[in-house]
Design a protein around this ligand. Structure first.
Ligand code: SAH
Length: 215
């Protein structure tokens, strides 16, 4: 069973791993991770491990979610784009810390599950779309922040284009069988500054929409 004790232990381990932003830590404390994982893994919801969410996808390890959210340096007036809704857990954390989250997922059934969780938690500042997030969400651009939770060899041009000047994008960069690096891109007046944050392992960013369970 999930108890407040193992949640407290997770927060302590995030702190000792270097997560210092108290707003990020309290967002992680508020969002029930057990709601976003399959029932068989609920007893591990507050372990610092990645968990399967179906369709060959995974919910990242809490430390990686925390590091990504912290690197975004969010403010409560910001508009954010997330690519790769997955279980919806990461989006639920982001929604605590900014004005509006636009999130795109290519597996329609996964997105439907995530939408039910957002409704259950009364998270009304999340807008969802089923589709290919590599093209971004042009109608809502520019975004103050972009969070990509699937890896690719290079950041998609459309996403960099849809970042506001001064805006930050965090994304795992690297191939399927190679080490991936979590990178932070900051848009400047005439280009982008890039910073490497940590080594990570994410599922690949893939094109196209997947309509059903068999695909
Ligand atoms: N943020 C998620 C973790 C998602 S795993 C969570 O909190 O659970 C990565 C997700 O990205 C998968 O669900 C995968 O289907 C999705 N994905 C991969 N390529 C995509 C694309 N081009 N557009 C949208 N979603 C994509």
């Amino acid at each position: 069973m999930t108890t407040p004790a193992n949640k407290a232990r997770l927060i302590l381990s995030l702190r000792s791993a270097g997560i210092t932003n108290t707003a990020v830590l309290s967002a992680i404390e508020r969002v029930p991770r057990e709601l976003f994982v399959p029932e068989t893994f609920r007893d591990q919801a507050y372990e610092n491990t990645a968990l399967p969410i179906g369709y060959g996808q995974t919910l990242s390890q809490p430390l990686v979610v925390a590091a990504m959210v912290e690197a975004l340096d969010l403010g409560n007036r910001m508009k954010l784009l997330e690519v790769g809704t997955g279980s919806g857990y990461h989006a639920a954390i982001l929604a605590q810390l900014c004005r509006r989250v636009y999130t795109i997922e290519r597996h329609r059934p996964l997105l439907a599950d995530a939408e039910r969780k957002f409704a259950e938690l009364d998270l009304h500042n999340i807008t969802t779309r089923a589709g290919d997030g590599m093209v971004g969400w042009p109608e809502q651009a520019p975004f103050d922040r972009i969070s990509v939770t699937a890896a690719s060899d290079a950041p998609p041009a459309a996403l960099l284009d849809q970042l506001a000047v001064g805006g930050i994008m965090v994304m795992p960069v690297g191939g399927r069988d190679r080490t991936q690096v979590l990178q932070k891109f900051r848009r400047t007046d005439d280009g982008y500054d890039t910073e490497d944050l940590m080594e990570v392992r994410f599922v690949p960013l893939l094109p196209g929409l997947v309509e059903n369970k068999s695909a």
